[in-house]
Design a protein around this ligand. Structure first.
Ligand SMILES: Cc1cc2nc3c(=O)[nH]c(=O)nc-3n(C[C@H](O)[C@H](O)[C@H](O)COP(=O)(O)O)c2cc1C
Length: 331
């Protein structure tokens, strides 16, 4: 399918579909299946600093015994354990690189500023073709200044970029005090790509047990609107690649994201729900649509419906219903 060839983070891809970071990209066998079904690249399951800290604490509790006051020993253990957890992801990247011929993108999520660079270097040394920094901290601190979090993220990106030579993208949330300016700032500091947006683990309530429970882990095909709007708004204003994530469940939505200006689309929930075969059917749908329209490359229509302040601003920026629905009466 030559007409689907794409470029993302400077990498040549056979098509624009990437499997986003999740449990499906956490083993070589599964990555092989995704590649066989047409995935052009995968983002491996994030390395979470929290997980490493948890493992750290468990091991310390179980193994240290009477050494628990020996600071030198604690330092040694810290180093050992950290490298054990990261070693698994590094090995996954190394092994996957031997088995498939698609780019493998590493993913990192750190809570503290100190660890991003060291984790990034380990995954880059393992052979990752690029890195996606999963920048997420829920902005729930009422005492935090509006742009404090964004500045924290920007400093992480700059630090990682200056320590690894592979391309670096960020996966962001839509929660920002000024989303457009924050995306532009990321572009200005030289990030190679921005994945818009992460979809988080949701909370829900059980009204019979009064407990906080997990919401559905999977998106629905109605959840793509926010990414579509923001990719349309930003695609003409930044040089960095934009990757659409959340709610891409079919070829139509993938086409819309490309029309908005995305260079790639990431899919997760729909593969969990329908299996990896859904990738080839989405690819077939994009190709059929392109052929009907007479397109010979995605670049011919990429960004064709993006936000233009002089032409269609009102369409993208209208957020209130105003007249729409305002005249409907209940009969
Ligand atoms: C089971 C599951 C695990 C996930 N794990 C990660 C992860 O480790 N790192 C990450 O950046 N995103 C993770 N995500 C988020 C997805 O990469 C993706 O951004 C989100 O599911 C929205 O895409 P979708 O609508 O195609 O599912 C996970 C999603 C699911 C459903």
């Amino acid at each position: 399918m030559k007409i689907l060839e794409s470029k993302y983070l400077g990498l040549r891809l056979k098509n624009p579909i990437i499997v986003g970071s999740c449990g499906l990209t956490n083993s070589v066998e599964s990555i092989k299946k995704l590649a066989e079904n047409g995935a052009a690249a995968v983002v491996v399951k994030s390395v979470f600093e929290e997980e490493i800290i948890q493992e750290h604490q468990d091991v310390l509790k179980n193994k240290l015994g009477d050494q628990d006051n020996n600071l030198e020993f604690l330092d040694y253990f810290d180093y050992q354990i950290k490298s054990d957890v990261l070693k698994k992801t590094a090995a996954l990247i190394q092994d996957a690189k031997k088995e498939v011929d698609i780019p493998i993108i590493g993913s990192i999520n750190c809570a503290s500023s100190g660890e991003w660079v060291s984790y990034a270097k380990i995954l880059a040394d393992a052979g990752a073709d690029a890195l996606e920094l999963n920048l997420f901290k829920l902005p729930s601190d009422v005492n935090q200044k509006a742009d404090e979090q964004e500045q924290f993220y920007q400093s992480i990106v700059s630090a990682v970029k200056s320590h690894v030579s592979i391309p670096v993208s960020v996966k962001i949330a839509p929660y920002s005090s000024n989303l457009a300016a924050s995306i532009k700032k990321m572009d200005d500091i030289g990030v190679d790509g921005i994945t818009m947006f992460n979809r988080f683990y949701n909370v829900d309530f059980d009204i019979y047990t009064d407990e906080v429970i997990a919401g559905s882990p999977y998106s629905t095909n109605e959840e793509y609107y926010n990414a579509l709007r923001w990719i349309s708004i930003m695609s003409g204003k930044v040089n960095t690649d934009l990757s659409a994530s959340t709610g891409v469940h079919n070829a139509e939505t993938a086409i819309k994201m490309l029309m908005a200006g995305a260079t790639t689309v990431q899919i997760v929930s729909k593969i969990y729900m329908d299996g990896p075969e859904v990738i080839s059917s989405i690819l077939e749908g994009i190709k059929e649509w392109m052929e009907k329209r007479g397109y010979v490359s995605i670049d011919e229509f990429r960004g064709s419906v993006h936000h233009d302040p002089d032409q269609n601003s009102e369409r993208f920026e209208r957020v209130q219903f105003m007249r729409y629905f305002g005249e409907h009466m209940i009969s």
